[in-house]
Design a protein around this ligand. Sequence first.
Ligand code: J2J
Length: 538
Amino acid sequence: MIPVTQTWSAEAAARYRSKGYWRGETFGAFLRARAQATPDAVAIVCGARRWTYADFDRDSDAFAAGLLDLGLRAGDRAIVQLPNIGEYFIIVFGLFKAGILPIFALPGHRSAEITHFAEKGEAAAHIVAAGQGFDYCALAHDVRGRVPGLSHVVTVGAAGAGEVGYDDLLRAAPRDLPARDPAGVAFLQLSGGSTGLSKLIPRSHDDYIYTLRESARICGLTAADTLMIALPAAHNFPMSSPGSLSAFYVGARVVLAPSPSPDACLPLIARERVTMTSLVPPVALLWLSAAEAGQHDLSSLRVIQIGGAKLAPEVARRIRPVLGCTLQQVFGMAEGLVNYTALDDDEETIVTTQGRPISPDDEILIVDDDGRDVAPGEAGHLLTRGPYTIRAYHNDDGANARAFTADGFYRTGDIVLRRADGALVVQGRAGDHINRAGEKISAEEIEDHLLAHPQVFDAAVVSIPDEFLGERSCAFVIPRGDKPKAAALKAWIRQRGLAEFKVPDQVVFVERFTETAVGKISRKALRAHLRATLGPEA
Ligand code: J2J
């Protein structure tokens, strides 16, 4: 098994420690400290159920012991694929305490994606929930059948044959759980997947907890807050910017919403007196329309973080008057770098920029196509390096050669400019991924699946502007022989085991890709050309 290691040089690690960014804290230890300080404070609210910090600490200890009783060992990996339910946090902290690394899959992922994570991460377990509409247990059995070494399926809810029940694991006898190494990797987060399949991002206790502490400070999050998780809980944004884990770090209350829809969330805000939450732009739009009807008491809301995709200034301007709270823009990435507007920035800065980096040691380079610094204020490729930005993906030499410079800068793929005051403004993407309502789709990944269809000769997938989603996906397809139906190609993508959000929104059949765009020219140029043929109104 390939060990998962943190990716900073010894020199960089020593510097980040000496500057007090990395403080030797671990997830398990900070939860224990919280449980001792405020045992009866509510940590998690899920529907009518509540876990205090004491419950949270005790149950996650028990879950860790249960996993070790199963034969799992520190250093093993477990895919966590759960909806927004309270058990999710017990499980994640149980894994942290056992030293087993969660791989944070999303409920939307299907067999192709989960198989890839299981293989790349050499996962030993897949943790799912029963009774969720979609049959996750069947998915887990399917993947287990294909991936040697993936021995355990753990089920929250009614466990079937060949599965281990979450409730049974909680009944494990207490064990001594050794302290974890703060410099060690705590979990594997998923990359947005700008080229090909998602990569695994190794984040350490030290580096991630630094972002939690600073995010709480920048967002003004304290133990008095109630933070709602509306987006999928395992996504890096609602987990850390400031997200659930910052909330636990400061001893706040976390309320889980079953979906980000205004129908689910607005009554919950009123009922639980939610003070803070994070949204992607299309969801913010839905909330604005719903809130204008004025049915729900949203007066408890203090701050909303919006990020994951570009927020249009016209929408940003409506947040304060309609929702009655401060907008905080967040431009972040699971690889590391996170930028926030400040709560006390002037309105124009809040509305038109994506903020400044968390750390004084976040190094930012903005370069042209040849890697030379652009003039101040001009747009270019964003490269970054710092105390919480990884310097390599796990087990992926090919991706590492593309995504990182020789001196360890991460090529974000984003085109940004930096104002004189340091605030970044995102202009777009250099790469060919589609940012569909904050969900990142790799054009290349979808093209590869389309090309496997017997009636597809060639395919190119591009993003097109969409008023609601920000971007939607369009597949240009040259048929082979009989032209397939668009619906059949969409069904093909689903059948290949891909998440629903990756199914092309639109399919356009063409006879050929124009002369100017084939041959010596790259797929990147071809996609740019095709995008242009659709024009801005497409
Ligand atoms: C434009 N593009 C943005 C923004 C992310 C906090 C917030 C978001 C993420 C996230 C995250 C954007 N405006 N405000 O992990 O901790 C696009 C960029 C970026 C990519 C990263 C967090 N905020 N983006 O979205 O790993 O293209 O993380 O490189 O999913 O989303 O995607 P992801």
